[in-house]
Design a protein around this ligand. Structure first.
Ligand code: GLY
Ligand code: MN
Ligand code: MN
Length: 435
């Protein structure tokens, strides 16, 4: 699937242009230890090649299109210490590049390749080393103008082409996203089944991520959030180091990464398996809003409008429950609701959990299209200092699913994990009864 993607990219390049897409770089964690390597999503999308120390060059001149890989040389000693390297000849025979060179020769070859072209396409200002390297090559060409060298004068950010491509998912990408969502769902189910009062949040995280790995996803798409009680009011809580207490809810926002594609699911459930009355009321409100939002996902809809409707429903519900007083129009206009709901309704999801792609502007939002995949994730967060009756405080709830835009509306890819109160309580009761 990677060669056709390169062909699609070429078809969107002007003649006499050259695109440079770098691989991800290894990052030091602490002395002699690196963070687990994760390939750059753009580079993966066009190559499927999972090594660092590489760069893809796509050259389109008057006569032809050439895909050239720069990658690490075979090196016996380095491979004994650090692992297998594909090398140049296999890059051509196995991955279908027109040619491959050692990464050390990148600037040297690029000087030759770029000479006489009008346009340079690359991810601008994102990779300081690449910026520096390209700047050296372009300036060397400029410096050789009197000898007949010609440097490109038009610089285009590669995201204009690539991120538009990544926004609309192909059949095979939809399949991988479905699998990522299904694996994520089984992790959430296991967490619901194994949750007990007195566990540490990181122990519940271990249950969840254990299931991801058992199902074929060795990595998470982002740092898992396992937040008991009040911690759920911290949107990106990842400390996961507190005890789960009887009577509290626990919010889990976690997703598996499957062959590069992200799952992103949030469920909120009672640590002891049974919702209290205030928890139940707030939960049902969020669930009603989430279901309503999913029902609005279809081609031509805008996330921003779906969010507006969600805000309206949340505010009406909070007024009805007595957490807010006054006129809903004023509460919305003055953004008072942001005390309880301070994020958006969702985002694109794909190779990145917050995937790339144009959202348009507030006045002119990008409309949903068949093949986009988005999350729908309303929430309510009532902190310990909220100006509400005591019973509502320290409750954070978010419910999040991954949703494919289809011709007729939407398909929920993460539907396997229960979200109604009765389903959650039944699942948890059953797990307690049977061990
Ligand atoms: N897990 C990050 C998000 O839901 O956007
Ligand atoms: Mn999300
Ligand atoms: Mn999430």
């Amino acid at each position: 699937m990677f060669k056709p993607r390169r062909a699609a990219f070429f078809s969107k390049m002007e003649k006499n242009s050259l695109a440079v897409i770098p691989a991800g770089r290894e990052k030091i964690r602490n002395n002699d230890c690196e963070f687990p390597f994760r390939q750059s999503s753009d580079f993966h999308y066009l190559t499927g090649f999972n090594e660092p120390g590489a760069c893809l060059v796509l050259l389109k001149d008057d006569e032809s299109c050439k895909a050239i890989l720069f990658n690490r040389k075979k090196d016996k000693s380095a491979e004994v210490w650090h692992g297998y390297r594909l090398g140049q000849s296999a890059a051509v025979s196995e991955l279908g590049f027109d040619s491959a060179f050692a990464i050390e020769q990148f600037e040297h070859h690029l000087y030759e390749l770029m000479d006489g072209l009008t346009t340079l396409i690359y991810p601008t200002f994102q990779d300081a080393e690449l910026d520096k390297s390209l700047s050296a090559v372009v300036n060397k060409l400029r410096g050789s103008a009197r000898k007949g060298a010609v440097a490109p004068t038009l610089i285009i950010d590669s995201s204009r082409i690539l991120h538009e491509m990544r926004l609309i998912k192909s059949e095979s990408e939809i399949e991988l996203l479905s699998q990522a969502a299904e694996i994520s769902a089984s992790g959430h189910i296991r967490a619901m089944q194994s949750c007990r009062s007195g566990m540490w949040e990181y122990q519940l995280q271990a249950e969840l991520e254990h299931e991801f790995a058992l199902q074929g996803a060795p990595a998470t798409a982002y740092n898992s959030i396992v937040a008991g009680g009040e911690s759920a009011c911290i949107l990106h809580y990842t400390e996961n180091n507190r005890k789960l207490r009887d009577g509290n809810l626990v919010l889990i926002d976690a997703g598996a990464e499957y062959q590069g594609y992200a799952g992103d699911i949030t469920r909120t459930f009672p640590v002891n398996g049974v919702f209290s009355e205030p928890q139940e009321k707030l939960y049902q409100l969020v669930l009603d809003v989430q279901r309503s939002a999913i029902s609005q996902v279809k081609p031509g809809a805008a996330l921003i409008d779906i969010n507006k409707n969600a805000v309206q429903q949340l505010v009406d519900g909070l007024i009805e429950l007595g957490l807010m007083q006054g006129d809903s129009e004023v509460l919305i206009k003055d953004e008072v609701y942001k005390n309880f709901y301070m994020h958006g309704i969702g985002h694109y999801i794909g190779l990145d959990v917050h995937d790339v792609g144009d959202y348009g502007t507030l006045e002119n939002p990008r409309l949903l299209e068949v093949g986009m995949v988005v999350t729908i994730e309303p929430g309510l967060y009532v902190g310990s200092d909220a100006d509400v009756d005591e019973q509502w405080r320290k409750i954070g709830i978010r419910i999040e699913d991954d949703v494919l835009v289809t011709e007729h509306g939407a398909e929920v890819l993460s539907a396997d994990v229960p979200k109604s109160i009765t389903e959650i309580e039944a699942l948890m009761a059953d797990a307690k009864q049977h061990g």
